[in-house]
Every structure is written in structure tokens, then in C-alpha cells.
Design a binder for this molecule. Structure first.
Ligand SMILES: Cc1ncc(COP(=O)(O)O)c(C=O)c1O
Length: 397
């Protein structure tokens, strides 16, 4: 008689259990499964522009492939792209940036990942916005840091309370994460908030990761970055990229700007993980930065218009209350008056109304009581989604 094959237990490193997830991808696959069974779903769950990458950028990428940009390149990114990024960040932030302070990575996410791997020791405290991009908390936990949430509240238009933030700073604080305009709330940090925060940090050796991926999608006023505060330059890591600004999510390209000695370590993490970012993508990114910017302005105006329509529509539905966000492309309504918790409400809207949204709680504990709708969909579909949600609310609340 043949012996049964031995079943080997999967022995995972303990840190693997601490790795979180991004619910948007889970909800997307659940929505797709419902569609496969014949349901009609309006997708408002995923955070990516529905526009095509502007044609000049696509052309530059295709030309680059034909011209042979199909090989490895430097781990930190092509010099010409790093020069273009240094020029761009320098002029938008009113500072001098040199290409050796720039690291190009596949998507902006690796800047988060690598920064935390490079800076965080077991037990180091990291202050991060909550509700916030779920990868922050996931990476803090993964690297063994202690996640210290700064709650973002609706009554402050989802900008952090600097006094509260200052009270969270301890001798163990190693990193503070800022995100403006913010995912998922659309909140924007004002110059005065940022200057006060810098004052609260004072001379402490605390690093700040400034996630500015939605900076070109701020609807009013000039964005202000902690990178611009005198004395904060060598303690700031700027994260930005091409995904949201140029509708390039699938190209996977982003960057970090940081002091050159840290950039050398982040570059080594690139060498150890990806080797480099795809070369033809980098050529396309140079065109994105140096070419015609009118598509960026058009997309921003369109997101703003959609958000105006969608938030007004939500405010007409029983149990929903929604502020007009100050940037990005998410509506983040308060749903406490429905009497439902966020997760079951998101599930019910998906399964019963055919509208895919995310639970606010998937952005952290302080997101409970909210839902996130991405308006990366046509005005017609947004109207239809409002109709479906309104009908569901009439029948169920
Ligand atoms: C706040 C924030 N930071 C970073 C990212 C990552 O962007 P990328 O797709 O370029 O990795 C996202 C994407 O959703 C985001 O919302």
C-alpha cells in the first residue's frame, strides 16, 4: 500500500501575519464575481482615474519600446528622469533639488515600503492619519513599528488637529506620515497646520513622510508641503508619482525625494527587490513631466465636477451626509444616521443595490461611520449609482 504524502505545515515568518491588505482590491474581485453571475455593478471602489493615459505619454512609451528601452537601467532611475523630477519638485516647492535626492520606483507604494524598512526598528512609533491609506498601518505593523493613529475628524474637514498630533509625539516617535490631499477623506492640510506641526517637531530627529500623490488634484489654493518649511528638508521624504496625476496606475511608476544619504539606501533596497523601474516607462514619465499638462487640468476639473454632483446627490439621500472634498477623487459620506455600520452597509449596497463602495473602517478605526466612493466613473454612472443608493435607502431605512 502506498503511504499518504506528508502534509507539510506552512511555517510563515511571524511578520507575515502582521501584513495588512487593501480592501479596494478585495471588493473589486467580489464585485467582478457578482458580475460574472449576471449582476450589474457600478464600480466606485477602486482608486484609479478612469481616463486613459494622455496620448503624448503613451506615444513616448511606445516609441521608447521601439527604440530599445527594454533593458535594465540604474536602480535609482534614469538620470534624465531624475533630473526632470528634481526640476519639477524644485519648481513646485520653491527649493533646489538635485537628482541624487531622487529615487524612481515602480509605483509610489515602494517608497512607503522601503522608507519603513530603512527607518523603522522594532517598537519605533509611527504617527499616521486614520482614516488613511491602509498601506501605512500595514507597513508600520509589518516592520515591527508601533502604529500611533492621529484621528482625522469631519468637523475639522478631515485635517489633523495639530495640538492632538503634538501630544502624540514621544521619545520613541521615529516617523510621521502626512497625506494631503488625503485618501479617503479629501481633506487638505493648510500651510498653518504644517508650520505648526514643524514647530511641534522642533529639533527632534523625527522623519516625516509627506505623501503628495494627490497634490495636482487639489481644487483650491496652492498645495503647501512640509518640505518647504525651513529646517525640515533633511527630515522629509516626499512621495509622489504618476499614477493619479497622469492616469498611469498600470504603468507602475512613482518616486521619492529625500536627502541623498537616505536615497542611497532606498536605492539599495531597489537593487535588492526590483533591480530598477521599467526603462520605457521612465521615458514615458519624462514626457509626462515635460510635455503638455492640459490633460492634468482637465482631469482635475472633471473630478471636481463629479464630486460636486455626487456629494449633492448623496446629501439628498436619507441617512447620508457628505462634505465636498477639497481634493483627490473620493466622496466620504457620514452614514451614521442610517443606523448601519460601515462594512455591512457597503456589503448591502454591493449585493442589493449593485454599487461597489468601500467601508470607511477599511481605512482604520476612525473611518467607522463612513463609506468611500471613488468618482472615477462617468457622470451618467454616478447618477445611476445615486438612484440605486436612494432606492435602496427608501426600501431599507
Ligand atoms: C494616499 C496614497 N498613497 C500612495 C498610493 C500609491 O500609489 P501607486 O499606485 O503609484 O503605488 C495611493 C494609491 O491609491 C494612495 O491613495
Amino acid at each position: 500500500m502506498k503511504e499518504a504524502p506528508v502534509q507539510h505545515e506552512l511555517l510563515l515568518a511571524a511578520r507575515t501575519a502582521r501584513l495588512g491588505n487593501e480592501t479596494a482590491f478585495e471588493v473589486l474581485s467580489k464585485a467582478r464575481a457578482l458580475e460574472a453571475q449576471g449582476s450589474s455593478i457600478i464600480h466606485l471602489e477602486i482608486g484609479e482615474p478612469d481616463f486613459s493615459t494622455p496620448a503624448n505619454i503613451v506615444e513616448a512609451g511606445v516609441d521608447a519600446l521601439r527604440a530599445g528601452w527594454t533593458h535594465y537601467g540604474p536602480s535609482a532611475g534614469l538620470l534624465e528622469l531624475r533630473q526632470a523630477i528634481a526640476g519639477h519638485v524644485g519648481s513646485t516647492h520653491g527649493i533646489d533639488v538635485s537628482p541624487d535626492e531622487v529615487v524612481v520606483v515602480p509605483g509610489a507604494k515602494p517608497i512607503l515600503f522601503f522608507t519603513m524598512l530603512a527607518l523603522i526598528e522594532e517598537g519605533d512609533e509611527v504617527i499616521y492619519p486614520n482614516p488613511g491609506f491602509p498601506i501605512y498601518e500595514s507597513m508600520i505593523n509589518y516592520t515591527g513599528g508601533k502604529a500611533v493613529p492621529i484621528p482625522l475628524r469631519e468637523e475639522r474637514e478631515f485635517a489633523m488637529d495639530v495640538v492632538e498630533m503634538a501630544a502624540l509625539i514621544t521619545d520613541r516617535t521615529r516617523l510621521i506620515i502626512l497625506n494631503s490631499p488625503q485618501n479617503p477623506t479629501g481633506g487638505v492640510l493648510q500651510r498653518s497646520d504644517i508650520e505648526q506641526l514643524a514647530q511641534a517637531i522642533g529639533d527632534r530627529n523625527i522623519m516625516v513622510l509627506s505623501d503628495e500623490i494627490y497634490t495636482r488634484l487639489q481644487f483650491e489654493g496652492q498645495p503647501f508641503s512640509i518640505l518647504q518649511v525651513p529646517g525640515m528638508r533633511d527630515r522629509t521624504i516626499l512621495l509622489d508619482g504618476f499614477s493619479k496625476t497622469y492616469a498611469m496606475t498600470g504603468w507602475r511608476i512613482g518616486y521619492g525625494v529625500m536627502r541623498a544619504d537616505l536615497a542611497a539606501h532606498i536605492t539599495r533596497l531597489m537593487t535588492n527587490s526590483n533591480s530598477c523601474t521599467a526603462s520605457f516607462t521612465q521615458i514615458a514619465a519624462i514626457e509626462a513631466l515635460r510635455g503638455d499638462q492640459s490633460a492634468v487640468d482637465r482631469m482635475r476639473a472633471e473630478f471636481q465636477r463629479r464630486l460636486e454632483v455626487f456629494t449633492a446627490g448623496l446629501n439628498g439621500i436619507q441617512g447620508f451626509r457628505c462634505r465636498m472634498p477639497r481634493g483627490a477623487f473620493y466622496a466620504f459620506p457620514n452614514i451614521t444616521a442610517t443606523g448601519w455600520k460601515s462594512r455591512p452597509l457597503a456589503d448591502a449596497l454591493l449585493e442589493d443595490a449593485g454599487v461597489a463602495a468601500l467601508s470607511g473602517a477599511s481605512f482604520g478605526q476612525f473611518g467607522e461611520g463612513y463609506l468611500r466612493f471613488s468618482v472615477a466613473n462617468s457622470i451618467e454612472n454616478l447618477h445611476q449609482a445615486l438612484e440605486r443608493i436612494g432606492k435602496w435607502a427608501k426600501e431599507n431605512l
